[in-house]
Design a protein around this ligand. Structure first.
Ligand code: NDP
Ligand code: OXD
Length: 306
């Protein structure tokens, strides 16, 4: 009985320790140093290198170490096996905490005041009036964000592939629905997964549908956004500001214009980081399910891409 961790570039000591406590007697192996690859039934993966699963001849299932799975599905050598992802109330709470902070940052004009501080400029201004929020993607995280802001009394619109009903949220679908969802929003939050359909989805035509002076927040994936379209929209003043937590290339290259753009707040993909303490319970449960031939929790629809 064995489980493999294929998670490059991360320290895995705590994850191994906590998983071992939940799965005593299970051999936990780490890529690239598999000791008995033929014993592995499930692999926990995140940005796995192409070919890193090939030696696992008895593999039965895959478990993403995060909520998004684009980096897993892009592997041309990915075995055709059930794939589960992390769905966790702690992850959702982290995202809500981040979005609350970003909203407060713009409401209190901290973007403006930090620029003014650099110029030793003493120029008070009353808070921004941000009343209407739009959430693109109404899945686990998007629906929670939309409901959270609706409960706080904001006008909220949301957009997803299939129709939704969420208390206090005006929900839309389709291309026409997208235009309606963003049209009146002072701040638009992107929580769409990266798929074939959403790659470069936020292009210049769609950003043009945003309200004049809107603020854009991307906490989904960098490649959902056409960066040159965003830079043009910020340059023309059509969009007022952008907070970006995710990028096409991460870490963001030193030469990227976002680093020094006065209207852009850059954060290092930290809005909702997988919580090892809570993720291990899901991973252990899916491992047991794999051994018993039961359906995995939080299965990904691989054809849809999320
Ligand atoms: P879900 O899969 O639960 O939800 C995705 C939502 O997007 C669904 O409402 C879905 O519609 C909608 N959607 C997908 N494709 C389309 C489309 N083509 N047109 C319209 N709507 C579409 O994802 P989560 O909420 O769990 O997470 C969203 C993303 O957030 C993840 O994929 C990941 O990339 C990112 N993320 C970022 C983190 C960070 O730290 N920055 C942390 C965690 C996640 P429908 O409901 O109809 O299926
Ligand atoms: C995730 C992420 O998808 O960390 O979980 O971005």
């Amino acid at each position: 009985m064995s489980l493999a961790l294929v998670i490059p570039d991360r320290k895995l000591g705590t994850l191994v320790e906590k998983l071992q406590a939940l799965l005593p007697g299970v051999l936990i192996q780490q890529w690239p140093d598999y000791s008995a690859p033929e014993q592995v039934q499930m692999a926990v993966v995140w940005k796995q290198p192409a070919g890193s699963l090939v030696a696992l001849s008895e593999l039965k299932s895959l478990q993403s170490f995060g909520a998004g799975v684009d980096n897993i599905l892009s592997d041309q050598m990915l075995p055709d096996l059930p794939l589960a992802r992390i769905v966790d109330p702690h992850l959702t709470q982290s995202m809500l905490g981040y979005l609350d902070s970003v909203l407060g940052y713009y409401q209190q004009r901290l973007d403006l005041f930090s620029q003014q501080q650099k110029q030793q400029l003493w120029k008070p201004k009353s808070p921004r009036n941000i009343r209407h929020l739009c959430v693109l993607g109404l899945g686990e995280l998007g629906a929670a964000a939309a409901s959270h802001f609706a409960a706080l009394g904001y006008q909220v619109s949301g957009w997803s592939r299939s129709e939704k009903q969420l208390a206090g949220v005006q929900c839309y679908t389709g291309e026409q629905g997208f235009a309606s969802a963003v049209a009146l929003a002072d701040l638009v939050i992107c929580l769409l997964p990266l798929t074939a359909e959403t790659t470069n989805f936020l292009n210049s035509d769609r950003l043009a549908l945003f309200k004049q002076g809107a603020i854009f927040v991307n906490v989904a994936r960098g490649a959902v956004l056409d960066d040159s379209a965003l830079l043009a929209a910020l340059g023309s003043g059509h969009l007022q500001a952008a907070c970006l937590d995710v990028f096409r290339q991460e870490p963001l290259p030193a030469t990227d214009p976002y680093w020094s753009h006065p209207a852009v707040l850059v954060t290092p993909h930290c809005s909702a980081v997988t919580n090892v303490d809570t993720a291990v319970a899901q991973i252990a449960e899916n491992y047991r399910r794999t051994l018993n031939g039961l359906p995995l929790l939080h299965l990904v629809d691989k054809a849809r891409g999320y």
